[in-house]
Ligand binder design. Structure first.
Ligand code: IPE
Ligand code: IPE
Ligand code: MG
Length: 244
């Protein structure tokens, strides 16, 4: 029998998405509104990320993905990028401490660009949590959908060159399996707070039929109540996948 949920979701369990993707946007504006440096917004955004992970787990969401740092975010000032990296380091220490929580961590993105300690930290947490089944938490860091697709195409091209794959054998599944998300279901619900109406190079393939939900709240203020509102809106959508 399924384990009882720590909190009751706002809609019956059968109406919950299997995979929610969050674009954690608005940290900088949150700080600016308070006369604080942008980095303070990232500190609060990171705190909120942990609150939202906890809430999603408590109501029984099985797969959640958070966009934490994009391939384009390297364009930002060094100080801001360093602060985000520092917050990731701190997060890894915390994950280590709470390893008993039965949550699997997967990193979506190219880790080779990170400093060795961060890259090794992510690698070892991924390895040590790989058999945890209650929830899969995906962190998109140095992630860009186009970058992901380019590396998938390169992998498949290499297999064709090696003679282990024939071009006519390539299917949608072959491509899905060459992406960082290979072990995950497609995104059902994509949530972008902060009043922007765009996807910003996030999970383009995986969100082909995702329901999109936008709201004005800035990420550090995005609460469990906002998650509930998104879930209620999602439960009312009529997903047709091109059928009737
Ligand atoms: C999202 O908040 C965090 C990252 C992109 C790393 P922003 O830093 O983009 O905040 P705004 O959009 O400038 O307010
Ligand atoms: C998207 O936010 C990336 C993350 C949340 C990590 P951005 O703030 O980078 O997106 P744009 O520049 O507004 O499209
Ligand atoms: Mg932004």
């Amino acid at each position: 029998m399924a384990k009882p949920k720590a909190k009751t979701p706002p809609v019956p369990a059968e109406f919950l998405p299997k995979h929610i993707a969050f674009i954690m946007d608005g940290n900088g504006r949150w700080a600016k509104k308070r006369g604080l440096p942008r980095t303070a917004g990232h500190v609060e955004g990171a705190r909120n990320f942990k609150r939202i992970v906890r809430y999603c787990k408590d109501i029984g969401i099985e797969n959640i993905t958070f966009y934490a740092f994009s391939t384009e975010n390297w364009k930002r000032p060094d100080e801001e990028v360093s602060k985000i990296m520092e917050l990731m380091r701190e997060y890894l220490v915390e994950v280590r401490k709470h390893m008993t929580e039965n949550t699997r961590l997967i990193v979506l993105g190219d880790k080779s660009a990170f400093s060795p300690d961060l890259k090794n930290g992510f690698d070892s947490i991924e390895k040590d949590t790989k058999d945890f089944k209650e929830m899969t938490l995906n962190l998109a860091v140095n992630y860009g959908s186009r970058h992901e697709m380019v590396s998938a195409v390169k992998q498949l091209a290499q297999q064709v060159k090696d003679g282990t794959l024939q071009p006519e054998e390539i299917t949608e599944e072959t491509i899905s399996n060459a992406l960082y998300t290979k072990e995950l279901p497609d995104v059902d619900l994509m949530i972008r707070p902060s009043g922007e109406f765009r996807i910003s190079n996030f999970l383009l393939w995986q969100s082909a039929y995702a329901e999109l939900y936008f709201c004005d709240t800035l990420w550090p203020d995005f609460s469990a109540k906002d998650v509930d509102q998104a879930l209620i809106a999602y439960a009312k959508r009529n997903r047709r996948f091109g059928g009737l």
